[in-house]
Design a protein around this ligand. Structure first.
Ligand code: PGA
Length: 281
């Protein structure tokens, strides 16, 4: 569908989407939700490796504009990576944050410090943080508020374990994580958030959710967003899929209207596989 009016004036895609029946326009195609491909490096890459790697990515992605690209190095490499990517189209995310601005919290890093290091995004509530460090929805909520106050874009992870899926609890878990994580947020605050649906059983296991399974959970999350923050917020919300995203399954996932990008772990660590994912179409 061509998004221009007879007078030559560009349509506001969101207005167009709100006015037309859903079947006529896909918000992703209308650029209401620009896709995001984010690489979560986890505990990989030394400082030198990280800088060399992003210099390579910078060249490869210089002409990419069909999606936003984000990399999330370990804390020790954030500053140097941000310097190496200054002026590029690749944004830098941290993998976690503390909710306080400063204080006696050994080993933690505040959003203020992340901003100072050159981050624009921060991953919050990743299942490995929830599992390894007992992170709760209450803490996710506090971290989120702090990230928003620092004007960092939170990428908030939710998703069920295998036992929960097999027990038919996927929707209940998503509801709990959504309401727990996002309670107290205003619609204005919520509009800055990116959600990543990452079924725990698909992370690092080579078992990807089928595109249909992922889209079903994304629909649940979008309905929750609509219920809590209104229809417009739900239309604009970008929901990424994460869990064994690879060059050979990204196109199928992205073909789903509900999937607005990917949070990529293992396959984001090599330039060839990450660039194949970024250039998925
Ligand atoms: P994976 O990790 O792509 O290696 O499964 C995804 C993630 O944990 O964000």
């Amino acid at each position: 569908m061509k998004l221009s009016e007879p007078g030559g004036k560009a349509f506001d895609p969101l207005t167009a989407y709100c006015l037309l029946p859903t079947a006529y326009i896909n918000p992703r195609m209308a650029n209401v939700r620009k896709p995001v491909i984010a690489g979560n490096w986890k505990m990989y890459k030394t400082l030198g490796e990280a800088v060399e790697f992003v210099k390579d990515l910078r060249g490869r992605f210089a002409k990419v504009d069909q999606c936003e690209i984000v990399v999330a190095p370990p804390f020790t490499a954030l500053r140097a990576v941000a310097e190496a990517l200054r002026g590029s189209n690749i944004a830098v995310a941290a993998q976690d944050c503390h909710w306080d601005k400063e204080g006696a919290h050994t080993g933690d890093i505040s959003c203020d410090m992340l901003y100072d290091a050159g981050c624009t995004h921060v991953i919050i509530g990743h299942s490995e943080r929830r599992h390894d460090h007992g992170e709760t929805d209450e803490q996710v909520n506090r971290k989120l508020k702090s990230a928003l106050a620092e004007e960092l874009v939170p990428i908030v992870c939710v998703g069920e374990t295998l036992e929960e899926r097999e027990a038919g609890q996927t929707q209940t878990v998503l509801e709990r994580q959504f309401h727990g994580g996002f309670r107290t947020l205003t619609p204005q605050e919520f509009s800055h958030i990116i959600v990543a649906y990452e079924p725990v059983w698909a992370i690092g296991t080579g078992r990807t959710a089928t595109p249909e399974m992922a889209a079903e959970s994304h629909r649940v999350l979008r309905e929750l967003a609509s219920g809590q923050f209104g229809g417009e917020a739900a239309i604009q919300l970008r929901i990424l899929y994460g869990g064994s995203v690879k060059p050979d399954n990204i196109a199928g996932l992205m073909a789903q209207e509900e999937i607005d990008g990917a949070l990529v772990g293992g396959a984001s660590l090599q330039a060839d596989s990450f660039s194949a994912i970024v250039n998925y179409h």
